[in-house]
Design a protein around this ligand. Structure first.
Ligand code: DOR
Length: 438
């Protein structure tokens, strides 16, 4: 009988952890749900591995081993729309997509604007295949009128606040929210699209929207909203995080604010670095309808520049499940949103890494260390004694996105049929294998 000191070992993978500044082939040992050690290949580490039963050894030769990825922007739809997604199904999709941590937005029904709902979500997440952190609402019932009890939300476990899905249109409310949130050192996540400019728009305002006769959401609606929030943050302090940046103007505004030492961070989503508004007229695929909308090649170029120079800190999916029958309507009648948990890694690899814009270390940093820092999460690193949350990626594996492979209850992805490179091979949550590529 072989002696078992460790519960699991991941051998021979290229281990990349930006938080540790680590990036070479090594073995990762796991014990009691935590990282026990990372060891270079040598006689002693080989002996340890050889002493382990085969079923407790994952061979990661030729693959990349990284801290479990964090998706700081998902919609899990529970409570309220369990037909579209539940916390359990959303976390299964997360596991299959390489995410061990997700942060869920409060636009549920009822909204996550009070302690009881935060606790409900956290209790539902206890046995799920990913860690769930909750983003509470800025305003009661997301109406943009009255502040939620931010202190109560934080006490119950909220790690940020946001009225995502809509902009906090009232600047006084946003100012108060920034002030309150700063007392708890949590960020406000802003869905920055000015209602007056964007309401009723269904796609980017452009030549394409005119051609298709659709009401547009102008880029300036995002830029103005971002600038206002930056100015409020500069005035009262607090931490501002701009969700799903989609325009060149917003990237530039964030870049300048950072240079002025405003405490602002930002994320982008795959749809805003690999889809353009001219794709809408091809088939009127309602899965291309999303807020903020997909934009132009010039916006993509600016977003990529922002990712490369660090203006954009994070990559998130904005996983937004919608029922098939609700998307199966005219383009302008469909609800905005697309799922993304299982396609983000492949799109990052294919459109950012393979094209030479980001290294694996850069991309991993934007999906581990940076979101963990912004949200004060105790994950996102392989440091010894951290939770053994690990993602293993078969970096060059080519695959085709298939509807049947989605673990989400909803299938609203415009990427079905796309050929991508970079596939999740294993996802490990607290030492437990929650996805093994099957
Ligand atoms: O397209 C979107 N859908 N954008 C959002 O901000 C909200 C999301 C949703 O909840 O469906």
């Amino acid at each position: 009988m072989k002696k078992q000191i460790y519960d699991l070992v991941i051998k021979d993978g290229r281990v990349i952890d930006p938080a540790l500044g680590f990036g070479h082939v090594a073995h990762l040992f796991i014990k009691d749900g935590k990282i026990a050690k990372i060891e270079n290949d040598n006689i002693s580490s080989r002996k340890k591995i050889d002493s382990m039963p085969d079923e407790n050894v994952i061979d990661a030769a030729g693959k990349i081993v990284m801290p479990g990825l964090i998706d700081m922007h998902v919609h899990l739809r529970e409570p309220g729309r369990e037909d579209e997604e539940t916390i359990v199904s959303g976390c299964q999709a997360a596991a299959a997509g390489g995410f061990t941590t997700v942060c869920c937005m409060p636009n549920t029904d009822p909204a996550i604007d009070n302690q009881e709902t935060v606790k409900f979500v956290l209790s539902r997440a206890e046995l799920a295949d990913a860690r769930v952190y909750v983003v509470g609402a800025v305003s009661k019932m997301l109406k943009g009128e009255e502040l939620s009890e931010i202190g109560d939300l934080v006490k119950a476990g909220a790690v940020a606040i946001s009225d995502d899905g809509g902009y906090v249109q009232n600047p006084q409310l946003m100012r108060n929210a920034l002030e309150y949130a700063s007392m708890f050192n949590i960020p406000i996540i802003s869905h920055a699209e000015d209602d007056f400019l964007c309401k009723d728009g269904v796609m980017n305002e452009s030549f394409q929207s005119t051609r298709l006769g659709m009401k547009g959401r102008p880029a300036v609606g995002e830029v103005i909203a971002v600038l206002r929030d930056i100015k409020l943050c500069e005035l009262v302090g607090g931490r501002l995080h701009i969700a799903h940046v989609s325009t060149a103007g917003a990237v530039e505004a964030i870049r300048l604010a950072k240079a002025d030492c405003v405490d602002v961070t930002a994320e982008v989503c795959p749809q805003h670095f690999c889809l353009t508004d001219d794709m809408i007229g091809e088939k009127f695929d309602t899965n291309l309808r999303v807020n903020p909308p997909i934009r132009t090649k010039a916006d993509i170029d600016a977003i990529i520049k922002g990712l490369v120079d660090g203006t954009i800190d994070c990559i998130a999916s904005d996983h937004a499940p919608h029922a098939e029958e609700e998307k199966d309507v005219e383009f302008d009648q469909a609800p905005p949103g697309m799922i993304g948990l299982q396609t983000t890694v492949g799109l990052v690899k294919t459109y950012l890494i393979d094209k030479g814009y980001l290294s694996w270390a850069d991309a991993i940093r934007k999906m581990t260390q940076n979101p963990a820092r912004i949200l004060n999460l105790p994950v996102g690193t392989l440091k010894v004694d951290s939770p053994a949350d690990i993602t293993i990626i078969d970096s060059d594996k080519k695959w085709t996105v298939k509807k049947n492979d989605f673990r989400s209850k909803s299938k609203n992805s415009p990427f079905v049929g796309w050929k991508l490179s970079g596939k999740v091979s294993h996802t490990i949550l607290g030492g437990r294998v929650v996805y093994d590529g099957k």
